[in-house]
Design a protein around this ligand. Structure first.
Ligand code: ZN
Length: 579
């Protein structure tokens, strides 16, 4: 078949597919170390979901569980294990699981909805409801240290509990159920795992590039499985007549063609090319970036990840997260650290985050303190070239900054300076999200936030006389969206002491020794901005008690209070999440 004829056929398929409602699509693609510019495995996924299916970025710390603990999922409750590993993931607002996720050992997983003959059989004779693909993905990450272990966990779950029950909010089981396929990768290998009902096959990938979409792709070329050796899995189970399979077939071809193009003639796949695949809008075939077609298709690219996995000791996991349409969004660095993410990244809309059977949940709605919803709102009008240019330059700035941070950070990880390395990466995540939100609001959402931030609990209060010259100052910040950490300014007696202070978007603390004699007046001034540029300021005038010891103050009293607000904020956040 000539390439022109092929293009026409594919365009025809797209036209047909466009007239079918797609409950849930997705694309996942991978370039192994031999095919990438930096020798690291690069992983990409677009999560295609209903347009209101908010999927914030969630951090779940490692946790011990009681002997008889159970895990309550959307439809069933299963025994919990004694200990679960720390994970992060893009998690729909009603869902326990992740559309794409990663664990503390650097295993990353993305899943796909596949429509199979086993699914058709279930529609005719519905079995007991079981697990969703997203649940298997997260539970696998909580229980496995390597790609292999995560895969073994998922196949065991699949064989034990099966997969049936709507995986889309507001849809009944027959409309919203789907079988699942996965790419599971760690620093050394990747697996393509495809399932139909309780059957599955898996193929190991050690080199080159690969991709999956909403269609069974493995034929007889699998390495392990639950079915008889040599069986053609695609022939046995793929429901090619299903419009989701048709769309998946052409998108899988498309992502593989792009990977082939980027790695042809000795070329290597770059991070930016992985992002370009997510943003693909080829005219003659369905692009990888999915947009809604009103009244025809309700599946949109609601989030995207590009992950760069470590290839040697000292290297760290790099996650680039884009909320909502990749073609209209910004990939922001979101580092996997014990400190989690800024709250705004993990906030859903008006319905909040829960674990609920999706067929009973209402559509989530816009809330201004949700990073995901702000990007969705911004994407609802069209992107123009000027905005795309400024978004691109911000994104490239993050990539460049990480390049400059990498040597020192890797040195810290190699030499045991983990806590400082994680703190630096957490700060980079927070500042990148602040600048992304600032640009989004100024370029696309101007006027959406006119509410000023507030400063409360400023200490010392005006009029206070300190007992000595030890100053322990602090205050809390609040905003309806987010305080921009990088624009906080703390002035003491006209001198900028911002760099001497611990600062987060939730507040600041400063411990210092004042100059001067007893009774001298001092002035502390705070100025903050939110990410929309609204300002607040406050000051306090107080007097010092003179050099330490004058009034018999117990030396060292302040040491206990040195826990910074930054640390406290993280602790409180993590405790909240554990509940
Ligand atoms: Zn797009």
């Amino acid at each position: 078949m000539s390439s022109k004829t092929l293009s026409l056929c594919v365009a025809l398929i797209f036209t047909l597919v466009a007239f079918a409602p797609l409950a849930s699509a997705c694309d996942t693609w991978i370039a192994m170390g031999d095919s990438t510019y930096n020798g690291r495995i690069l992983f990409g996924k677009n999560s295609d979901r209903p347009p209101f299916d908010c999927q914030p970025l969630i951090y779940n710390p490692q946790q011990f569980w009681g002997a008889n603990a159970t895990l309550k999922l959307e439809y069933i409750e299963i025994p919990q294990v004694g200990y679960t590993y720390a994970t992060i993931g893009a998690s729909p607002y009603w869902c326990y699981g992740y559309e794409m996720g990663m664990n503390e050992f650097g295993v990353v997983v993305g899943n796909e909805a596949v429509h199979t003959y086993a699914l058709e059989q279930n529609k005719l004779t519905p079995p007991e409801r079981g697990l969703l693909g997203m649940d298997m993905l997260r539970i696998g990450l909580e229980r496995g240290q390597t790609a292999r272990e995560v895969m073994d966990t998922i196949t065991l779950l699949l064989e034990t509990y099966g997969q049936w029950g709507s995986g889309a909010p507001g849809q009944d089981d027959n409309t919203g159920s789907y079988d699942n396929s996965f790419i599971i990768a760690d620093s050394t290998e990747a697996w393509i795992l495809e399932s139909a009902g309780r059957d599955w096959v898996a193929k190991r990938i050690a080199e080159g590039t690969d991709s999956i979409s909403n269609v069974i792709s493995l034929q007889s070329d699998w390495d392990e499985g639950s079915i008889a050796e040599g069986t053609n899995f695609k022939l046995l189970y793929s429901n090619e007549a299903d419009p989701v399979s048709l769309s998946g077939e052409s998108r899988e071809l498309r992502s593989q063609r792009l990977l082939d193009q980027y790695s042809a003639d000795g070329d290597k796949v770059t991070l930016q090319e992985m992002m370009a695949i997510a943003r693909d809008h080829e005219v003659s075939v369905p692009g990888i970036c999915m947009h809604p077609i009103p009244m025809l298709s309700d599946s949109v690219s609601a989030g995207s990840w590009v992950v760069s996995l470590p290839s040697k000791q000292g290297e760290f996991i790099e996650l680039w997260w884009c909320a909502y349409f990749p073609c209209q969004g910004i990939y922001v660095p979101a580092f996997f650290t014990p400190y989690g993410f800024p709250d705004i990244a993990s906030n859903a809309g008006t319905l909040g985050k829960s674990v609920s059977a999706p067929n009973d949940v209402a559509p989530d709605e816009f809330k201004i303190d949700s990073y995901w919803w702000l990007f969705k709102k911004a994407a609802d009008d069209q992107m123009d070239d000027e905005r795309r240019t400024s978004f691109n330059s911000l994104e490239q700035g993050f990539i460049d900054k990480l390049d400059t941070m990498r040597p020192e950070t890797e040195h810290l990880f190699s030499s045991g300076g983990w806590s400082l390395a994680y703190a630096n990466l957490t700060l980079f995540t927070e500042e990148s999200m602040d600048s992304t939100l600032s640009l989004l609001i100024s370029e696309k959402l101007s006027g959406i936030d006119t509410e000023s931030p507030t400063i409360t609990d400023l200490k010392p209060e005006t009029g206070i006389s300190l007992s000595d010259n030890n100053l322990r100052a602090s205050s809390l910040f609040n905003d309806n969206v987010k305080v921009d950490r990088s624009r906080v300014r703390i002035m003491l007696d006209g001198t900028d002491v911002t760099d001497d202070s611990s600062i987060s978007s939730d507040g600041f603390s400063l411990n210092t020794i004042l100059n001067g004699a007893k009774g001298d007046a001092h002035d502390l001034s705070i100025e903050i901005f939110d990410v929309a540029g609204n300002k607040a300021s406050m000051n306090s005038v107080f007097s010092a008690g003179g050099p330490s010891g004058d009034e018999g103050e117990t030396p060292g009293f302040g040491a206990i209070a040195l826990l910074s607000i930054v640390l406290l904020a993280f602790v409180v956040r993590n405790i909240k999440r554990k509940k």
